[in-house]
Design a protein around this ligand. Structure first.
Ligand SMILES: Nc1ncnc2c1ncn2[C@@H]1O[C@H](COP(=O)(O)OP(=O)(O)OP(=O)(O)O)[C@@H](O)[C@H]1O
Ligand SMILES: CC(C)(CO)[C@@H](O)C(=O)NCCC(=O)O
Length: 445
């Protein structure tokens, strides 16, 4: 089956049952001012005029999106735990760095609370109804700012963000004085609420900067992060082949989240957003909910996997009776997405799985078509696809791989990354660390 664009050019759920979070542990109430400031903290005025402990950073070490060199300088060490949060239109991605060592400057109660949070996060794979830890993506012994530790990857729906803030407040997470690094549109949308509810300042990073930073870091620290598909449409021969993009600049990045952003990345520090489209992951899910009764992304993908889009889409062969030879359009190319649905009989017979597959093919084709045009325009032959739309979605990845190869006559390659939707969250944590290095946005000793 060849189906791409029709011409060769162009209840947080999460933490909502956090009882186990505190089970048997006495969490200090640090929303009240401590009798005396702890070493390593200064008193910062809250809007209400009372004082709460805030971190005071004591060193500036080598930092950066490579995870920081292990220099002889004392590493930058904000109070634990270290989180990076990407608050997107559909999902919140939370990256948690668990350092291997506890440094002496962490006050005892911080260490205790950090341990409690750590235990809660790492001994569960689900949180409440909708929070999930992607344990298969966990990375051990990776460096951040001169510290080694484990990176954990957690996600929950953005619709649960207010619940998360509320529970963070009532259950002790917010009592820690660490800064929360955040990116994505929600870092701006929720800033005020987080300040009002939990009295935490967000350290905001731009989502594109964070994304590029995160790609660079994970590519550097995870040996087989990036790969392509060989023989994508032949199940018996299809295989994932590792392909490092570390020195493969320039490349196009297509971030398929709720909507789609396209970046041209020319080097570690030179990149720009070149295009975007509103037809993305949320379009797929929204239309599937509307047309098929699916309620979750996983359900929608499972339905699509069983369906046949040809019952829904009008193909070139439905119009030409075969290929459109003059312009090298094979007969099984989609000529008109959902084109059969004008026919009442076909409409009556269209099964939910066929509709789900047709939505997936439509959205994927559109993304592929746009990616191809952006690559051609920039004269770049590698296109890196990421974002959570690709999570458990081999169908789209293989369709993109095949189509990219076919329409470019083997010149363009579609590349994918294992950590799909987590690059922004990793990147914003690193951005924060490197600001400390640059001496921006941190309180000096
Ligand atoms: N468990 C899930 N719940 C909801 N959507 C999911 C889930 N898993 C994968 N997805 C898909 O991932 C998309 C969101 O991807 P991602 O998290 O990368 O973007 P986002 O940051 O929320 O969006 P944006 O960057 O546009 O603000 C959804 O629109 C959906 O297609
Ligand atoms: C709005 C963002 C950047 C939020 O991540 C993303 O959803 C997007 O790129 N949407 C497409 C917007 C456009 O049409 O360019």
């Amino acid at each position: 089956m060849l189906s791409w664009f029709s011409h060769p050019y162009p209840s947080l759920g999460v933490f909502d049952d956090m009882q186990d979070f505190e089970e048997g542990v006495d969490v200090p109430d640090r929303s009240k001012p401590a009798s005396a400031p702890k070493p390593g903290h200064v008193l910062a005025a809250s809007p209400a005029g009372d004082h709460v402990p805030r971190p005071r950073y004591t060193s500036r070490s080598a930092a950066g999106s490579d995870g920081g060199s292990l220099s002889s300088e004392a590493p930058f060490h904000p109070p634990m735990p270290w989180f990076g949060m990407d608050i997107g239109g559909s999902l919140v991605k939370l990256v948690y760095f668990e350092p291997e060592e506890v440094l002496p400057q962490d006050a005892e109660q911080d260490v205790e609370l950090s341990r409690t949070i750590h235990k809660y996060l790492t001994s569960n794979k689900t949180y409440g109804d909708t929070g999930i830890r992607d344990a298969h993506l966990e990375m051990r012994r990776v460096p951040i700012n001169g510290h080694f530790g484990t990176l954990h990857f957690i996600r929950f729906p953005s619709s649960a963000m207010e619940k998360f803030i509320f529970l963070a407040k009532t259950k002790g997470l917010s009592a820690l004085s660490s800064t929360i690094c955040a990116t994505g549109g929600g870092a701006f949308a929720y800033e005020k609420l987080i300040k009002q509810s939990v009295n935490l300042d967000l350290h905001k990073s731009d989502e594109i900067d964070s994304l590029v930073s995160g790609i660079h870091y994970l590519e550097l620290n995870h040996p087989e992060e990036s790969y392509f598909f060989e023989n994508p449409l032949d199940d018996s021969k299809c295989r994932k082949v590792p392909l490092s993009i570390r020195d493969l600049y320039p490349y196009i990045v297509v971030n398929v989240g709720s909507g789609v952003s396209v970046l041209l990345v020319e080097s570690r520090t030179k990149y720009q957003r070149v295009w975007g489209t509103s037809i993305g992951g949320a379009t797929f899910l929204g239309l599937c909910c509307l047309l098929t009764g699916a309620k979750t992304f996983d359900e929608a993908i499972a339905l699509a996997a069983k369906g046949d889009h040809r019952h829904v889409d009008k193909l070139v062969r439905d119009i030409y009776g075969g290929d459109y030879g003059r312009f090298q359009l094979p007969g099984d190319t989609v000529a008109a997405s959902f084109g059969h649905m004008l026919d009442p009989e076909r409409r009556k017979n269209a099964k939910p799985e066929d509709l789900a597959r047709a939505v997936l093919v439509t959205v994927t084709n559109n993304i592929g078509s746009m990616a191809m045009m952006c690559a051609m325009n920039a004269k770049v032959d590698k296109v890196v696809f990421l974002g959570n739309f690709l999570r458990i979605n081999d169908l789209s990845m293989k369709q993109l791989s095949h189509a990219m190869d076919f329409w470019s006559k083997g010149k363009f390659k579609a590349v994918f990354l294992e950590h799909e939707g987590y690059f922004g969250a990793v990147g914003c944590l690193l951005e924060y660390m490197s600001l400390a290095k640059a001496g921006t946005g941190v309180v000096d000793a």
